[in-house]
Ligand binder design. Sequence first.
Ligand code: ZN
Length: 353
Amino acid sequence: MSGMRPALRAGLLPVWRDRDTLQIGVNPRRATALSGIGESAAVVRLLDGSRDWTALIEAAGHAGVPAEAARRILGLLAGAGALADSAARALAALPAVQRGRLASELATASLAYGDSDGGARTLARRRAAFIRVNGAGRIGSGVASLLAAAGIGHVSCEDGEITRPRDLTPAGLGLADLELPRSRGVARAIGRIAPEVRTGDDGSRPDLVVLAEITDPAPGAALVRERIPHLAVGAAEAVGVVGPFVSPGRSACLRCLDLRRAERDPAWPLILAQLAGARLEPQACDTVLAAAAGALAAAQVLLFIDTGRPGAAVTNGTLELAVPDWQWRRRTWLPHARCTCGTRPPRRSDALA
Ligand SMILES: [Zn+2]
């Protein structure tokens, strides 16, 4: 606490409701109002993260605010969750180009999780994380680029196919990556966004694997055996699907989903056998659908890395986006008792929660 350099929580605009009442933030989901501020307004202006507590009280004194009043205001602000440590120190170790962009990441994380460390914990977790993306088409390349831009320290891509014009999107692979193996194209795309991010696969164990547009069941089965969490994402037939997030042994795996589908549709196993390796050209996954599915998949990856827990929306479930409805809808998929992944179906009370 003593080393803290308090600032108003980044990303919240202070506005006056009247002469005496300061409202921190505008959106009702985030805003808090504090009354009795009027005479000590100068203290609020000093909260730029450049002073520690002692220097702050001293500067308030120079601005005509007695120490006791300054402490009271700071206590009010801290109690309302409006104070956070300046993000400057968390970002100091980064190259100058990255600081501006990541400052927005940290401001968002700090508001979302209510951390008062200026996002330092989130940044450290993202920096230490290793995410592997299997499949670098329009969706996977977008996921990898977004993760690198959000501060993930090590993003690798597994995909030997050659980049074709149909793979290019503004969020992922670009013209300069044409004719390269797609995994190398992604490494170059990441280098343009976040040069400090590691892109090679050095044999270390990923914290999470994203299976992007993978129809072959083998990679998912291997990840279940290796106990590596993974997230599926894909889009076809003008429907984007994000999930499930598979925590091996703890939530429904991809095979659980196929067993559930087979229960509803006896022909499913036969259809499934025809899906593996089948390739439709062109695929009905347009640029915006690819970007939307990729962005939501990246958000679920970040949620897991930031908090250590998978998102509830994609645990034992998928999020689906159909064109032109454009509303994310959740479908529940419970673990299947006959699946070899060993996940027990949740108790009824959990399933309803
Ligand atoms: Zn399973």
